[in-house]
Write a protein that binds this ligand. Structure first.
Ligand code: DOR
Ligand code: ZN
Length: 326
């Protein structure tokens, strides 16, 4: 429920890897330039369909949040849209034209309209403070929005902290996505030894107790949390560089690794809800059913998919994807 497919050659190379194993995904709009009007959204969706060929896969499209979207525009695009994604300005990859300051009066017209049209708001919730504190510093903004717009579904994207789990449980209209990598790693894995650029992402991985809190709600398939991989491909040379791009590529390996993780914690019965059913209820979507068969047995994680290094490149996973039935 949170996927970066990019555009052009990268789209052609990564989209089939998701379409093969998933029946749909919420597609992020942070292209250059970001997806901000109907033509851009429809033509991007067409390019995604083109890239996936014959696979059955629903790209659930999002717009890049702008305060000047009005009722007529959102009404005209409602049926082609699943959510709107809000980025604070400059907080991550291609987010320069995001929101500055969070003035409720300025946000009110569009958030009232979204509430009325039933369009969920997905938020990259980070302040521009100290990197380890950014998510926690954003929580008062989540609380302000959740209280001021009780009929707006707000998705706290890729939560990484125990504090976000607390906020999620406190406000009825807050929901959250959790990535695979934030369930697996802490900051120690990124920077505790040799620096690992392929584990560098935003929000940065946090402390062991934060990961524990995320595991608790993910492994129990808390009904307000959904799997959102935030799989974010960057070409190898932009990761293995002095200025390393933020983003971890997990799309093709997410299911076997999640299965391994849920098995390790005796929670396999909850995997279906975490990966799929919860999201269908929260977003009120019904993707075409696709059956994915996982088999116990070693899978070698490739060193590269095209020009992109996946998480755990060269390592093994104890579950393998063997058969797919539509
Ligand atoms: O690590 C990240 N990469 N976090 C984001 O929020 C954006 C993403 C990307 O687009 O590369
Ligand atoms: Zn993302």
């Amino acid at each position: 429920m949170h996927l970066h497919l990019r555009d052009g050659e990268m789209l052609d190379s990564v989209a089939p890897l998701s379409a093969k194993y998933f029946s749909g995904a919420i597609i992020m709009p942070n292209l250059i330039p970001p997806v901000t009007d109907k033509d851009m959204l429809i033509s991007y969706r067409d390019r995604i369909y083109n890239a996936i060929g014959d696979e059955v896969f629903e790209p659930y499209m999002t717009l890049f949040f702008k305060t000047d979207y009005d009722y007529d525009f959102l009404k005209s695009i409602r049926d082609d849209l699943t959510a709107i994604k809000l980025y604070p300005a400059g907080i991550t990859t291609n987010s320069e034209s995001g929101v500055e300051g969070f003035d409720i009066d300025e946000l009110k017209p569009i958030l009232d309209t979204m509430s009325e049209l039933g369009i969920p708001l997905c938020i990259h919730g980070e302040s521009n403070g100290f990197v380890m504190d950014r998510e926690a510093e954003f929580i008062p903004i989540y609380e302000k929005l959740a209280t001021a717009f009780p009929n707006l579904k707000i998705i706290m994207e890729h939560i990484t902290t125990a504090k976000s789990v607390e906020a999620l449980e406190k406000y009825e209209n807050l929901y959250a996505t959790i990535t695979l990598h934030h369930l697996m790693i802490t900051l120690d894995d990124v920077a505790g030894g040799m620096l690992k650029p392929h584990l560098f992402c935003k929000p940065i991985a946090k402390r062991p107790e934060d990961r524990e809190a995320l595991l608790r709600v993910a492994l129990s398939a808390h009904p307000k949390v959904m799997f959102g991989s935030d799989s974010a491909p960057h070409p190898k040379h932009t990761k293995e560089a002095p200025g390393c791009a933020a983003g971890i590529f997990t799309a093709p390996i997410a299911l076997p690794l999640l299965t391994e993780l849920f098995e390790k914690h005796n929670s396999l019965d909850n995997l279906q809800n975490f990966v799929s059913t919860n999201a269908q209820k929260i977003y009120n979507i019904t993707p075409t059913k696709k059956q994915v068969v996982l088999e116990k047995g070693d899978m070698d994680i490739p060193l590269l998919y095209g020009d992109v290094v996946p998480m755990m490149a060269g390592k093994k996973c104890s579950w393998n994807l063997i058969t797919l039935r539509a």
